[in-house]
Ligand binder design. Structure first.
Ligand SMILES: Cc1cc2nc3c(=O)[nH]c(=O)nc-3n(C[C@H](O)[C@H](O)[C@H](O)COP(=O)(O)OP(=O)(O)OC[C@H]3O[C@@H](n4cnc5c(N)ncnc54)[C@H](O)[C@@H]3O)c2cc1C
Ligand code: FES
Ligand code: FES
Length: 1335
């Protein structure tokens, strides 16, 4: 290797300040640099793979040729700092700050209630801000497009989009689809019940500061001078292990390429970066021609267009758009096909970073562009010191054939894409788990040329992505078809031949084998139709059109900007104006979320001597540990210790939860040891060097079925029974039996589990800061592990970036793991889980198997139900028994079935231990109920909604466990949902649509819900609070509840404000801690506000009782006067408030009890459209009616309902955990696991908080944290309805099982047709599949 000069200075700007880095390390990315070097922690780390948008920043570069400044969004986790020479970086701190001035983007995101946990908020701000820098008056479509690469797990996106839409010229915030009018102006006002005063404004736009784009910071003049410097020279940055070289001319680049033939050319780094991080690639030298003018150009000739390899995909998009607008349509078919895919490829950030050259050279097998480029006869123009040459993209290069690669000294200069011609059709097709920001499951680029004026094939090309290790061509089939007419017989032969030419082995990596085979032919069929339509347009006399019923198959689902309305009870006009209860108050931390000033664990500044922890986890599901060899790890620089079970001074197995595996492992992902080092990178490197020898133990149990075979359970059976089930079965008209599978779900909180454990010098004390829903539990585990009294352990929790149940029990285990390391090393430990480790170790929602036997009459009345539930609990008990109990107790949902039996057991398997997750089993369990209701309806030729109505509780009744309740609010929600959604009219319209469309079907479903809050054990419903009044009148409120994004602190401020009769600004909530409120129960089960609110209320009332004599004596005095006087009178200004808890109980022996304090009712109606050929679906509209009783804060409550609904929708549709048969979780990041994005939310979304009474709870409110989750199942059942319509049309009338999630794969394979019939099927006994279902 030639010798390299010393390092140059790296110069860039961050938020207007110059950064000069003398020792720039090519291995350091911008996110790390911002967070750890510059201490700008507003930009968040949530995945490290470019897929979540939490780390979005704006990059700006000056182009000396055009003299223009180019602003674009980028994911800082994939930006090497060395690529930033001459660039300006703007982070959320640079946009605005509480300390100086907040920016309108930040203000509006906060005030529109677009933040909950706030972890995604800086990224959201940066995406909208960057858009505004380029388009100060964006269209709603641009807003949606800009947010496509940003994930939010809390809000359901609606309020985020809404905040963005406030910048659009035409105010579209409250507009009923297409009409352009405000929904409140409509004549029939069908959404509004005239009896009640309904409010629809959750914020006041008049309060927004105006947006003045001219006030934005200018681009640093120094960078302009640098860019225009005629004497620019090659730059070299020398890191610890690697060298980065930026050439200054094309010749220089070619020289370097020849000198370092194996060095990657880093452009967008969206392929190189992930390979280094996730595939452990190492490159001693990087060459980065980013910004080299010769790689940036567009050249249009008569033959087509040539685009420089340096163009980003976003620039490519703009260039193609321009050409399409200029050129005749027939010449731009390839460009339009590319544009279609460019809209959904990744998110805006990646599209702005990834380059055309990087894309064609990298050739990922899922490439969305290469199949189209190949089909469009594009060529790549290569250059080396020896000259230039072209290679076609439709040749062996694309398939990475040996010898067909670039020569080591070559670079891609540009890509030439010819114009299409008159008798030439080019099209791109793709299908992914979700519409945007997801790799294709299968994609294709296809083109056909006909003999002029005929339908005789002259040239045919088909390229498929994601069906093999590279993009592949069905070239032989295409060859065979030359000369054939474009007709049905040709299609039939083509399908058979292509399937034979592109076989997918049954155990192929990625799985979904039969689905992929089906897609191969389904996409071909779409192309066939598209071309036939095109031919018809060209010569209608000669070429008949496709059947009208088929035309909708040609259209992809459009990406619409969501619209809708939120309705809630207005505050009583008689309520004092100062009283905030009932008002849609913004989240207490919202502005800090939006400015990045809200501090999360890893944002806390470094602590002296701190060490970083990395985990070593088991790679076997069930095995003996034969040995652990730490020597190589310990020998690495910076490594301080490797911690194992031997180092736990106290209880390593507390309550059956194992901290460090000792002697044996019981799941893949179990922590075996941890490595403590002075940097995280070193700890992680060392963790890879720990060698563990295993010996497998039989049996290895992964699925529920296997657990049942082995009688492997975590606890005893739980059962509820009423009536005489056996007897009832004898007298019913019909009996059906069935099985429903609901797979698990990953919490995917944006902030991974994070802990800072600090040992104190004295008395074995330890302080932990962490994100948790249950600090008491952490304290307990840490104390047990260290063998010290709990009083020595202080757990502090200020906020966390989402929790959803995943931070109830797991932080205790991880906290104890860190505490043991801190104890052993005697140094503070920072333990921030990587996304992949978090997903692997902490598990999630329990997969569920439900078996039912239902006896019913022909009129749909259900007389008897016998239900069995099994959940996959994983390897330890965790919350599995309680989850199972919840499922059994709630298993009737909204229906009164006189003879009812339900029992269940949690299965013990060798998977990581599943845990609490929003809804706590209800969202899975009730799918079984609604599935059998749907099955009964199908047997009785009734609509499921009719069967629901017939069997729903109607009057004051007793549940199966004999709790009396009044279902009136349930009936109201149900009725209103049916009426206000115009369900029956829309159902008719959908049916009409279905008769007119063969390949697209619409479906609707309305699902009712009877949910509960709280716990069946009274002492778990208790809470305490501490309220201090200081002498200046300010008030500090502390309670045992945790702020996890739900706005608990905000509501507690509202409570304290009302009770103390002082403005909210007097009241402060800082954090939750075991030192201030001991023994607090978890913040879960939707009861955070209920129980902590009562405790805060109690404390405030105690204080007010003490103050009353003073107030009576001086009624005109001010709050501050009374407080001063109270102090002078030696009255205590601090009080503990207590709520004993709802007095619930459950007697499992007698199968009866007062298990939950009250019910939350609701109903939701969803309408979907399904593409039967691909399995994609689009959620057209959702209406939710939820019984909120009196909402303390409608903005927060609606936020909870919408967020939970979208999370539920994810559970039931896109989120799919993939396990190997050996129990290895494959899906360990946002690339593999697809939570909903902004594109998935309903096009129209209406949410109504229904008023009822609930005197038992504070201010007659109801806990709404979880209830919305199950309402997401209306999407699942709407899909079922649409699929059923497709099946009926194909003559399949029998009831069918649709399991959850209804992924595109499930939908497509259930819409049986000639294409699913055509594919080869494999005998399951002949191979081991790549992945299995564990429910
Ligand atoms: C989160 C995420 C989502 C994505 N989603 C999609 C998707 O939905 N569909 C899809 O198709 N793709 C997707 N991609 C892949 C993306 O399109 C590619 O990673 C990207 O196009 C590569 O371009 P780059 O400039 O970043 O390449 P780099 O990572 O900079 O380089 C990649 C390779 O190309 C070589 N190279 C780069 N430029 C040249 C040149 N001019 N001459 C010779 N060699 C060169 C480098 O040596 C390197 O080996 C996604 C990527 C990410 C990170
Ligand atoms: S952390 Fe960078 S995109 Fe997720
Ligand atoms: S607010 Fe978006 S992830 Fe929590």
């Amino acid at each position: 290797m030639p010798s390299l000069p010393n390092s140059d200075e790296l110069i860039f700007f961050v938020n207007g300040k110059k950064v000069t880095e003398k020792n720039a390390d090519p291995e350091v990315n911008l996110l790390f640099y911002l967070r750890k070097v510059l201490r700008l922690t507003g930009t968040k780390y949530a995945c490290g793979e470019g897929s979540c948008g939490a780390c979005t920043v704006m990059l700006s570069r000056y182009n000396p040729k055009t003299k223009a400044i180019h602003h674009f969004p980028a994911t800082a986790c994939l930006v090497p700092i060395c690529s930033l020479h001459g660039a300006a970086v703007t982070t959320v701190e640079g946009v605005g700050s509480i300390k100086t001035r907040i920016h309108p983007v930040q203000e509006r995101l906060a005030k529109c209630h677009g933040t909950q946990c706030g972890f995604c908020s800086p990224g959201m701000v940066m995406s909208i801000y960057t858009l505004l820098r380029n388009h100060p008056e964006p269209t709603p479509e641009q807003i949606t497009e800009a947010l496509g690469g940003n994930l939010c797990r809390c809000t359901g996106y609606r309020p985020i989009v809404e905040s963005g839409k406030t910048f659009c010229v035409e105010s579209t915030v409250c507009r009923v689809k297409g009409s352009g009018k405000c929904c409140m102006d409509q004549e029939d006002q069908s959404f509004v019940n005239r009896q009640e005063k309904i409010c629809t404004k959750l914020y006041n736009e008049d309060e927004f500061q105006p947006f003045d784009p001219s006030q934005e910071p200018i681009f640093p003049p120094e960078l302009i001078r640098m860019a225009e410097d005629p004497n620019k020279k090659r730059l070299t940055f020398q890191g610890e292990r690697t060298t980065w070289i930026s050439p200054v001319t094309l010749n220089d680049l070619l020289e370097l390429r020849a000198s370092f033939p194996t060095a990657p050319l880093v452009m967008g780094n969206t392929a190189v970066g992930p390979s280094i991080k996730f595939r452990d690639e190492f490159h001693p030298v990087f060459i980065s021609p980013l910004g080299l003018p010769e790689l940036y150009f567009v050249n249009t000739t008569d033959a087509g267009v040539t685009i420089g390899a340096g163009y980003s995909l976003a620039q490519l998009n703009d260039a193609l758009r321009f050409i399409v607008s200029e050129q005749p349509k027939e010449r731009t078919k390839t460009y339009r096909a590319l544009l279609k895919h460019l809209r959904t490829l990744a998110g805006a950030q990646i599209r702005n970073m990834a380059t055309l050259g990087g894309h064609v050279v990298n050739r990922p097998n899922f490439s969305d562009l290469n199949p189209i480029l190949a089909a469009g006869n594009a060529t790549i123009n290569l250059m080396s010191k020896d000259g230039q040459r072209q290679i076609p993209l439709n040749g062996p290069f694309l398939e990475k054939s040996p010898g067909a690669d670039l020569k080591p000294d070559e670079i891609v200069l540009s890509v030439s894409i010819p114009f299409s011609t008159q008798w030439h059709f080019v099209w791109g097709l793709r299908l992914a788990q979700r519409q945007e920001n997801a790799f294709a499951i299968v994609n294709a680029g296809m083109s056909v040329k006909f003999e002029d004026g005929t339908n005789v094939i002259k040239e045919l090309q088909m390229f498929y992505g994601s069906v093999a290790r590279t993009v592949v061509s069905a070239s032989q089939s295409c060859q065979q078809l030359i000369g054939r007419q474009w007709d049905d017989q040709m299609l039939s032969d083509a399908c058979r031949w292509v399937l034979a030419e592109l076989p997918i082995p049954p155990a192929a990596e990625g799985g979904m084998v039969e689905y992929k085979r089906t897609l191969i032919v389904s996409l071909l069929f779409k192309f066939y139709l598209k071309v036939r339509r095109g031919l018809n347009k060209m010569d209608p006399q000669k070429f008949p059109d496709i059947p009208e019923k088929f035309t909708s198959a040609l259209e992809d689902f459009p990406i619409e900007t969501p619209e809708g309305m939120q309705m809630f009870q207005c505050v009583d006009p008689c309520q004092p104006p100062q009283d905030p209860v009932g008002h849609p108050i913004m989240h207490q931390s919202a502005i800090k979320h939006a400015t990045g000033e809200a501090i999360y664990i890893d944002d806390m500044p470094p602590v002296d001597q701190e060490l970083f922890l990395a985990v070593v986890t088991s790679t076997r599901a069930h095995a003996k540990i034969l040995s652990i060899d730490k020597s190589e790890a310990l020998a690495l620089p910076g490594v301080v210790d490797v911690i194992t079970a031997e180092d736990v001074p106290g209880d390593n197995n507390h309550q059956g939860e194992i901290l460090y595996a000792r002697n044996k492992v019981i799941c893949v992902g179990q922590i075996v040891c941890t490595v403590a080092a002075d940097t995280y990178a070193r700890a992680r490197e060392a963790a890879k060097k720990v060698k563990i020898a295993y010996e497998d133990i039989e049996p290895r149990i992964i699925t529920i079925e296997q657990a049942l075979e082995h009688n492997s359970f975590l606890s005893v059976e739980k059962k509820i029974e009423q009536g005489d089930v056996e007897q009832a079965f004898k007298y019913v008209d019909q009996i059906i039996e069935g099985e429903v599978h609901v797979e698990g779900q990953e919490h995917f909180y944006m902030e991974t589990q994070s802990i800072l454990a600090m040992p104190k010098q004295e008395d074995k004390e330890m302080v932990l800061h962490l994100g948790t829903q249950f600090p008491t539990h952490v304290q307990e585990f840490v104390a047990a592990a260290l063998n010290v009294p709990r009083s020595r352990i202080a757990c502090h929790m200020k906020r966390t970036g989402g929790a959803f149940g995943g931070k109830v029990s797991k932080p205790a285990l991880l906290g104890a793991v860190s505490a043991v390391a801190a104890n052993k090393t005697g140094r503070p430990i920072r333990f921030i889980l990587e996304r992949g480790d978090d997903m692997l170790i902490t598990a999630g929602r329990h997969p569920l198997l439900g078996r039912y036997k239902i006896g019913f009459m022909n009129n749909g009345v259900i007389k008897a139900a016998d239900i069995e539930y099994y959940i996959n609990g994983g390897c330890t008990l965790d919350e599995s028994e309680t989850v199972l109990e919840f499922i059994v107790l709630k298993s009737e949902n909204a229906y009164c079935i006189p003879n009812f039996r339900c029992c269940g057991r949690p299965c013990k398997t060798n998977l990581p231990s599943n845990t609490a997750f929003r809804g706590f089993g209800f969202p899975q369990g009730m799918v079984v109920v609604e599935a059998y209701i749907t099955a009964v309806a199908s047997q009785c030729n009734l609509l499921p909604e009719e069967v629901r109505e017939i069997n729903m509780y109607k009057r004051i009744s007793k549940t199966a466990y004999k709790k009396t309740f009044n279902p009136e609010p349930l009936r109201r929600c149900w009725k209103e949902c049916l009426e206000k959604s115009s369900f029956y009219d829309r159902k008719l319209a959908a049916e009409e649509f279905n008769t007119k469309n063969y390949w697209k079907k619409r479906g609707l479903a309305v699902v009712p819900m009877k949910f509960t809050i709280g716990m069946p054990t009274a002492y778990y419903n208790q809470a305490a609070a501490l309220v201090h009044i200081y002498l200046d009148g300010s008030v500090l409120v502390i309670h045992g509840g945790c702020e996890i994004g739900q706005g608990l602190y905000t509501k507690m401020i509202q409570v304290a404000s009302r009770e103390l009769n002082i403005p909210q600004s007097y009241i402060h909530l800082s954090e939750t801690s075991t030192t201030t409120v001991p023994n607090a129960v978890f913040t879960a089960a939707s009861m955070g506000t209920d129980i902590n609110g009562k405790a805060v209320q109690n404390a405030c009332q105690i204080l007010m009782t003490r103050l009353h004599p003073i107030i009576r004596k001086n009624p005109k005095g001010k709050w501050e006067d009374w407080i001063t006087k109270a102090f002078e009178d030696s009255i205590s200004l601090s009080a503990t408030g207590y709520f004993k808890g709802y007095q619930t109980n459950m007697d499992w022996e007698k199968e009866e009890g007062d298990a939950y304090p009250y019910f939350v009712y609701g109903a939701s109606c969803s309408e979907v459209e399904v593409d039967c050929l691909t399995g994609a679906h689009k959620l057209l509209r959702t209406d939710i009616f939820i019984d909120a009783a009196f909402s303390i804060n409608p903005a927060l409550d609606i936020g909870q309902v919408e967020g939970a609904f979208i999370q539920g929708m994810g559970l039931y549709t896109t989120e799919e955990l993939k396990y190997s048969p050996e129990g290895v979780l494959y899906s360990r990041g946002p690339n593999d696991y697809k939570i909903p994005t902004v594109t998935e939310i309903p096009e129209e979304f209406y949410v109504t908080l229904v008023r009822s009474r609930n005197p038992i709870a504070i201010y007659s409110s109801k806990g709404l944290g979880e209830a919305g989750m199950f309402l997401g199942s209306s999407v699942l059942f709407a899909i079922y309805d649409a699929v059923a319509a497709a099946r009926r049309e194909r003559g399949l009338t029998k009831t069918f099982a649709l399991s959850s999630p209804a992924t595109p794969e499930v939908i497509r394979m259930t819409c049986v047709d000639q294409f699913t019939d055509m594919i080869p099927r494999d005998d399951p006994s002949t191979f081991t599949p790549w992945s299995i279902h564990v429910s």
